[in-house]
Each structure stands twice: as C-alpha cells, then as structure tokens.
Design a protein around this ligand. Structure first.
Ligand code: NAD
Length: 389
C-alpha cells in the first residue's frame, strides 16, 4: 500500500518526513486534523523494525489525538511524531535539537510533547530550538508530570460510570467539592480544615479493582479510598504495591488474579489491549473505566462487554486529563485551571453514555460520534474566516 493510500484511509492532512544524518535523526510527524486548532501530540521514540511500521503507528496515534482532543472539548487538533531509534541507546542532545528544528519549521501547526521513550529532559533540548513544545519542566513554566491531573479526570469519568451502572446519583455540590478539595490540595497554603471536611461523592459499598500502580494508578487509588471505596490493587512491580499499600487502606492481589476478583469496577491503568479473549470472560465487574490507552484488543470486545451488560467508559474520554494539562500549559500553566478543566470529564462521559443510549450504539462508537460532531460543528463556524485556526 502506498503512503497516500495509508493517509487517506485515516483522513490525514499532512505527513512530514524528517532526516538529519549527522544527528542520526529519522522521524515522521503526522498532522491528522487541525479543524479545532494546532495538532498536539507526543513524540514516541521506538526501535521500529521498518519504516512502514513507524508510519502506520504515527498515522494511527495522530488520528487518536484528534478524537481525544475533540471529545475533551479542547481547541486542539491531532498530531503525533515518531523517532525511529532505541531510546536506551540512541538519545543525544543533537538528535533532539535536530528534531526541535523540524518542529519549529512547521510554525505551530504541530506541537510536540513527551510520549513513550521520551522524557522531560528530552523536552528541554527541544525547548532550545522551538517554542512549540509542551510538558517541559515546571522550572521553565511547564506543567511537569501530568499523571495527577489524568487520575483526577479519570476519577470523574469513573463517577459518571457509577451513576450509569448503579442506582446512584451525585449532587452538583458533591461534584464541585471534589474540585474544591483538589484545588486546595494543589495549593497547600489554601488547604484549611474547611476544605478537608467537604463532602464529595461517596463510593461506599463499591469495590474497585485497579490494575497498575504507576503514576496514574497510584493517584487514582488515593481518590477511591478518599471516597470510601474498597480497593483491590495490583502491579507486577512489588515495590509499587508496597508503596501504595503503605500509603492507602487497600488490598493487594496477584497480577493474574485482578481480572477475576469480585468487584464492581475494573480500572485498567497499566497497558493496552487488556480486554481480550483471555481476560474478558473472567471479569465480574459492572464497569470498566481506566487510564490505559486502547483497552479493547479488538472492536468486537466492546460488543462482548455490552452483551455482558458491563458499562465501558471509553479510554480516550476518561484519560484526557493529561492532554488537558498540557493544553493549559500552552496558555500559561495554572494547576487549578487544569483541575477544573479535567473535572469536565464527568460531563463528557455522561454525554457519551447519553449518545450511546439515544442512538443505540456502543459507548466507544458514541465517543467517536461526540468527537466527530464537534469537529464538524466547529468546522462550520470557522468556514470562510481566515481559513482555519
Ligand atoms: P506507569 O508506567 O507510571 O505505570 C504503569 C504501571 O503498570 C507500572 O507500575 C507497571 O509496573 C504496571 N504494569 C505493567 N504491566 C502490568 C501488568 N500486567 N499487571 C499489573 N501491572 C502492570 O504509567 P502511567 O503513567 O501510570 O500510565 C498508565 C496507563 O495510562 C498507560 O497505559 C498510559 O499510556 C495511560 N495514560 C497515562 C497518562 C498519564 O498522564 N500518565 C495519560 C493518558 C493515558
């Protein structure tokens, strides 16, 4: 299949092939759709076996970013970059600065960030060559680690899923209190007993199984325990389990037991394709809602969840807090604003469930509809005015 065939399949706008032999840089930047705003997405560094493999990955990932930004209500398009190389061996200042110069040449049509295989340190090198980079260190006015905001947004998606699957509703006041408490947490000078005693939504009586206690999962456990949920948690890294167990009142189970535990909500916060032929029959939950990207191994697994009456909260809707965080960084980072914006994931998730019910479609298809509708509507109002952003 030719490059244009691959591109038109995903309706991409532009592909940029970048090479700097001296720096050892071979990179592809994919700009999927800029209807809503500049294309933002991380830069993945991976030792792809072939150029085609890298190309397919960047096309798929950049399209995913368009949908994630649109469903989150952000004025961003979707883009992604891949650097062909081994992050353990091939990283140099020269390589990242060469990549930074290519980004600069796109004049803001693509804005980069960290992704698998790249780090805050690498973003620092990019920052020397271009201003179109997010996720830089707080010392440079950046937003730093996005995970606490991702976990906060995810918790809001989980609350909406609880309302959908169980006979529970939460008041606006309870939802507002969540944000008030988090804002006070973000600014400890503000953290008075008044905030500490605010009542958020209660998850008492519910059991949540959390897979993966890394950056996002460990923060999520904090929110869940705070809300009174019973938490069963696991990680393949014993140290991560010990840390979470020491900090929160939760139970640790073995990694291969997590799928089959008696629980109300399963929250995958480790890796993708986790809802697959091996795991799906083991699930005893009523909700799947987690941070991991691309949780359904195949689309048909979404249908199986539906048949089993398990509510699936689409991953890219509920894990958009990290993207919200870098979006706020573009405007001048304010943590409280990032938290408030991430709290909107509650309403976004409710909207997805509504669309799914009204149109009698699966929730992950409804998420795509929500994103596509917004792109179409905003595209219409932009038509004729300076041709875009
Ligand atoms: P992380 O690397 O900090 O944590 C992942 C954890 O999962 C690690 O502790 C790892 O040991 C554990 N793990 C891996 N395989 C496992 C298995 N089979 N069973 C149990 N535990 C296992 O990653 P993170 O930043 O917490 O992100 C978690 C997921 O959420 C990833 O899929 C990531 O792509 C996605 N995500 C993260 C963010 C963010 O802001 N960090 C934003 C959006 C999506």
């Amino acid at each position: 299949m030719g490059i244009f065939d691959l591109m038109s399949d995903g309706s991409h706008e532009e592909l940029v092939f970048c090479e700097n032999k001296a720096a050892g840089l071979r990179c592809i930047i994919a700009i999927h759709d800029t209807t809503l705003g500049p294309a933002l997405g991380g830069c993945r560094m991976y030792p792809y076996k072939s150029e085609e493999e890298a190309l397919i990955d960047v096309l798929r990932l950049s399209k995913g970013m368009t949908y994630k930004a649109a469903a989150a209500g952000l004025n961003l398009g979707g883009g992604k970059a891949v650097i062909i190389g081994d992050p353990k061996k091939d990283k140099t200042e020269m390589l990242f600065r060469a990549y930074g110069r290519f980004i600069e040449s796109l004049n803001g049509r693509y804005i980069t960030a960290e992704d698998a295989g790249t780090s805050v340190q690498d973003m620092e090198y990019l920052f020397m060559e271009t201003k179109y980079v997010t996720g830089v260190a707080p010392a440079h006015g950046g937003s730093g680690d996005p995970s606490p905001v991702t976990a906060f947004g995810l918790f809001h998606g989980l609350i909406a899923s609880v309302e959908q699957a169980f006979d529970r509703t939460f008041t606006e006041e309870e939802m507002q209190n969540l944000t008030r408490k988090a804002e006070a947490d973000a600014d400890p000078s503000d953290y008075t007993d008044r905030y500490r005693s605010l009542k958020g939504p209660s998850l008492e009586g519910l059991t949540v199984a959390v897979q993966g206690l890394g950056n996002v999962g460990s923060h999520l456990v904090g929110h869940l325990v705070d809300a009174g949920a019973h938490v069963l948690a696991t990680d393949i890294d014993q140290e991560a389990c010990d840390k979470v167990k020491a900090k929160f009142n939760c139970e640790i189970v073995a990694p291969d037991e997590i799928y089959g535990v008696e629980c109300d909500i399963f929250s995958p916060c480790a890796m993708g394709a986790i809802i697959n032929d091996q795991t799906i029959d083991q699930l005893k939950c009523k909700v799947v809602c987690g941070a991991a990207n691309n949780q359904l191994a195949e689309a048909r697994h979404g249908s199986i969840l539906e048949e089993r009456e398990i509510v699936y909260a689409p991953d890219y809707v509920v894990n958009a807090g990290g993207l919200v965080n870098v979006y706020v960084e573009m405007e001048g980072y304010v943590r409280k604003r990032a938290l408030r914006m991430a709290s909107q994931i509650y309403g976004n998730t409710q909207r997805v469930f509504e669309i799914a019910e009204k149109q009698d479609i699966l929730t992950y298809v409804a998420a795509d509809r929500l994103a596509e509708e917004r792109i179409e509507q905003i595209g219409h109002i932009k038509k004729g005015f300076f041709g875009g952003i």
